[in-house]
Design a binder for this molecule. Structure first.
Ligand code: 3PG
Length: 412
């Protein structure tokens, strides 16, 4: 499995392969960040800080930065204005923001860019097409790509956390512009591959968070590729598994829940023996934390954390593991009364001798909140993309980079 990952970065062009001096360059970053639901402001800016790694290297270009933020209809579906402000503080040069993407104002601003300047476009998902997936060829013919391509000389794909999406800006430009991988993306692959070569048994997977689809779709492939000894399902995925295994009747609020229930059923019948189920959970009653055994849960009270019995059982498994991969926080760590499961398990992980991989923007946010990030072997803000990378699944962004490199090499 590791061999497969090893080949990735040599298949792409890097920023050293293209002459970007004086050129107008589109950088597809992923600065999609956790948002505070009560204020609409950014909770954590780590992805913005990381994007600056690549942007600093492009001080001789006219740079246009694009990213998505949140999902349509969600509280985190906001403008990139605050992101641009934060970015300014990290790159140490002029960063402009325009509340437009493909309209005349954005096109004029791109045309007027001077060497060394950075322009951040607004949330790319404000353009309807960016919310759909396409083949690379179809993506290159979307309105977004047709409208903007002539304004750019080259494209840099640096959005590892979104590598599993096939939206126009992630795969379409690569078909029509000289395109290479960004510095951050190359760094990420190299450091991931180096960690994957060192995995040691027993391997434990902690699956939390609220994004269920990418994780559940990749679990089977992960089981077939690595010898995973234990899976600790918490967060919404834990609830889905318990609904199947123990007939639990609690709300998840997940769209297409039935689809995931079916996948969980299949996984349970094939690999059920590796799952270690939570025994208790915490719910909110009159603003306070109340712990309930699984059999006491009811549909009126959404689950916000794992309970103390589960926490101590999981902590022991973590401390006896050789490798722990965490994808998503175990509870709603943003709420004071419900941070305890995440805090204790992440502290156990940070202090254990296990090789640790922590993945996802919320996971990293929680690790930083508790001052634990530096004690993790490999911490990445990529969530779903990391899981799919581990599972050896098709990553559209990587395919686009590969095709762009093949085209460029044959044109030489
Ligand atoms: C992520 O945070 O996982 C990436 O930015 C992709 O976001 P998405 O799951 O909304 O496509």
């Amino acid at each position: 499995m590791v061999g497969k990952h090893l080949s990735y970065d040599i298949e792409f062009l890097t920023m050293d392969d293209l002459d970007l001096t004086g050129k107008t360059v589109f950088l597809r970053a992923d600065i999609n960040s956790p948002v505070d639901p009560s204020t609409g402001r950014l909770l954590n800016t780590i992805r913005i800080r990381e994007a600056a790694v690549t942007i600093k290297e492009l001080s001789d270009s006219k740079l246009v930065v694009g990213s998505h933020q949140g999902r349509v209809g969600n509280y985190d579906y906001i403008s990139l204005r605050e992101h641009a402000e934060v970015l300014k503080g990290h790159v140490g040069r002029s960063v402009k923001f325009i509340d437009d993407i493909i309209g005349p104002a954005a096109r004029e601003a791109i045309k007027n860019l001077k060497q060394g300047e950075v322009l951040v476009l607004d949330n790319l998902r404000f353009v309807a097409e960016e919310n759909f997936e396409f083949s690379i060829e179809e993506a290159s013919k979307t309105y977004m790509i047709r409208t903007l391509k002539d304004y750019f000389d080259a494209c840099i794909l640096d959005a590892f956390p979104a590598a599993h999406r096939a939206n126009p800006s992630l795969v379409g430009f690569a078909e029509v512009l000289p395109t290479c991988a960004g510095k951050l993306l190359v760094q990420e692959i190299r450091s991931l591959v180096s960690v994957l070569q060192k995995l040691r048994p027993p391997i434990t997977l902690v699956l939390g968070g609220a994004k269920v689809s990418d994780r559940i779709e990749s679990l089977e492939a992960i089981m077939n590729s690595y010898k995973v000894d234990k899976i600790l399902p918490c967060g919404l995925l834990g609830v889905i598994f318990l609904k199947v295994a123990k007939n639990l009747d609690v709300p998840t609020g997940i769209k297409d829940e039935e689809k995931y229930i079916k996948k969980a059923e299949k996984f349970l019948s094939d690999f059920g023996d590796v799952l270690v189920f939570p025994e208790d959970f915490a719910v909110e009653v009159n603003g306070a934390r109340k712990e309930l055994m699984v059999s006491q849960l009811n549909p009126e009270k959404p689950i916000l954390d794992i309970g103390m019995k589960t926490i101590s059982k999981y902590a022991e498994i973590i401390s006896n593991s050789g490798t722990v991969i965490v994808s998503g926080p175990p509870g709603v760590y943003e709420k004071r009364n419900f941070e305890i499961g995440t805090k204790i398990l992440f502290t156990e992980l940070a202090n254990s001798k296990a090789l640790s991989i922590a993945s996802g923007a919320h996971t990293i946010t929680a690790l930083e909140l508790f001052g634990l990030r530096d004690k993790i072997t490999h911490a990445t803000s990529a969530g779903g993309a990391l899981i799919k990378f581990l599972a050896g699944k098709r990553l559209p962004l990587f395919e686009a980079l590969k095709r762009a490199a093949e085209k460029w090499r044959t044109s030489k």
